[in-house]
Write a protein that binds this ligand. Structure first.
Ligand SMILES: [Zn+2]
Length: 288
């Protein structure tokens, strides 16, 4: 029996050893495989996380912080408030003192011309432009605009370059210069607007905006009042335009040398139509 027992022991030992060896090999192989796969998962997650962070950075670099969800939502729902600067042309007493026609220009012009006068009403231009400017101020405020008036009295002395500076300092979205026209021919009537040429060496870069502003305001003014549309004139001779760093238009609302138009320009109902027309023009300008 002892010889047989020894033989069985050897066989059992051999089987057990093989079994243990097999389990060990399986365990080690399994561990290595598991560890490797685990590393891949970790690496993939890190890469994805890094990618997401990069995307977030890209989004945050968009102007207006578009990557920030709460802020981008509020910027979509909050409408921009446009700033409009109104300059009622002229003043009680003109200032013949000279100032450069543009920044750095050697050519000079009177700081403020005295303006025209009503052929029937005998009113000076500065009074009519201020009356209409005040109605326009109220009209634009009621439409939600931020309005800044260059002057609210006739008894001031503000040069044309200083008037442009008011609009520049306010970073105005539109600068409206209200005027009335004069002619040696009392038959001439109607409204026109003015802006710089596209080759203006001082503010030519704003030509497209000023031209569009001039067109919108003039066409809406004429539609509202029935005044003859004399078109948009382009000129680089106006100090109050050359000094501008914002979109600008001069609106010649009618001829005070024409009896009928002179009366209308001082008529409150017609002044309200002028203001409504100009405001409609601004609405149109900012809508496009
Ligand atoms: Zn004028």
């Amino acid at each position: 029996m002892s010889g047989k027992t020894g033989k069985y022991k050897k066989i059992i030992t051999a089987i057990l050893t093989s079994f243990i060896l097999l389990i060990s090999v399986t365990a080690v192989t399994g561990f290595i495989f598991f560890t490797k796969n685990y590393d891949i998962v970790i690496e993939t997650d890190n890469k994805q996380e890094a990618h997401v962070k990069e995307k977030a950075k890209e989004k945050n670099s968009v102007p207006g912080n578009a990557g920030n969800t709460p802020q981008s939502t509020s910027s979509l729902t909050t409408e921009k408030v446009f700033t409009v600067v109104i300059d009622a042309g002229h003043q009680k007493v003109g200032d013949p003192g000279q100032e450069p026609v543009a920044p750095g220009a050697s050519q000079t012009k009177a700081k403020v011309a005295s303006g025209t006068k009503g052929i029937v009403t005998q009113k000076p231009e500065c009074e009519v432009t201020l009356e209409i400017a005040q109605i326009l101020n109220a009209e634009l405020k009621s439409r939600g605009y931020n309005v800044i008036m260059v002057r609210e009295s006739n008894d001031v002395n503000i040069s044309n370059s200083e008037r442009a500076a008011v609009a520049n300092n306010a970073n105005a979205d539109a600068f409206l210069r209200l005027h009335c026209n004069g002619s040696n021919d009392s038959n001439v009537n109607g409204a026109l607007s003015m802006c710089q040429t596209k080759n203006n060496p001082y503010c030519g870069s704003l030509y497209t905006y000023s031209r569009k502003l001039s067109e919108c305001v003039l066409s809406c003014l004429c539609a509202e009042t029935g005044a003859k549309n004399r078109g948009v004139s382009e000129t680089d001779s106006m100090s109050g335009i050359n000094w501008c760093k914002v979109p600008v238009t001069i609106i010649e609302m009618g001829f005070m040398t024409n009896p009928a138009e002179d009366r209308l320009l001082s008529d409150v109902d017609y002044q309200k139509k002028l203001a409504a027309g100009i405001a409609n023009g601004l609405d149109l300008y900012f809508k496009n």
